[in-house]
Design a protein around this ligand. Sequence first.
Ligand code: IPE
Ligand code: IPE
Ligand code: MG
Length: 231
Amino acid sequence: MSETKENYIPKHIAFIMDGNGRWAKKHLMPREYGHSVGAKKFREIAQYCADKGVENVTVYAFSTENWKRPQKEVDAIMRLFREYISEAERDFGKSDVRILFIGNRNVFDEDLQNEMSRVEKLTSDRKKTLCIAINYGGRGEIVDAVNTLIALGKKNITEDDITRSIYSGAVPPPDMIVRTGGELRLSNFLLWQSDYAELFFTETLWPDLTTDEVDCLIETFYQRNRRYGGI
Ligand code: IPE
Ligand code: IPE
Ligand code: MG
């Protein structure tokens, strides 16, 4: 079947999950509570997209700049991350999605790094992918890729070399990048991969995002005319 605009499902949607802190404030709750509600929302939206046939989903969970936040908040986010990994390991048979972590994982303790690798290995034979960007920075990703290539002895580095060497490797670039929380910027997210991504910004705070709004965003995506520099 040839792919018309109507039956084309985006192959990759990336989410900048922003607005947990403001959501908590609005509900007179501590920021940490916003992150725990946001973590539940992440599970819901990622599964919804996979069930809809979106083959690749990426979520921005923690940036290389987010360490600047108060220790209490960083600890809460890391606790939620550990909880998610343990759950993914325990329930790996229940899902049909491969989990991939993108970001610099050297900062995490050995136990956590091993657990991340185990989850990736356990789920590696699956067709759909969920990329979780944790301690991720787009500039750092490009620098890491270049250094990997230098270590391999490459002299003339091509765009294809970098595309193959970034953390997400074989995952195609995002068709859509959706940022919740109303800010109009990428905040160091997928800088290499976003070259021709369609960008979507919604005022909705991440914990308030609904599957209906995801459907609306995909509908809007169908109305965009992607020219890639052509006419
Ligand atoms: C996004 O929500 C989650 C992380 C950055 C970890 P924020 O915590 O940035 O929420 P706001 O932007 O302060 O509302
Ligand atoms: C981007 O949100 C990072 C994540 C959603 C994980 P931030 O809240 O850190 O971005 P800025 O500081 O508003 O640019
Ligand atoms: Mg924010």
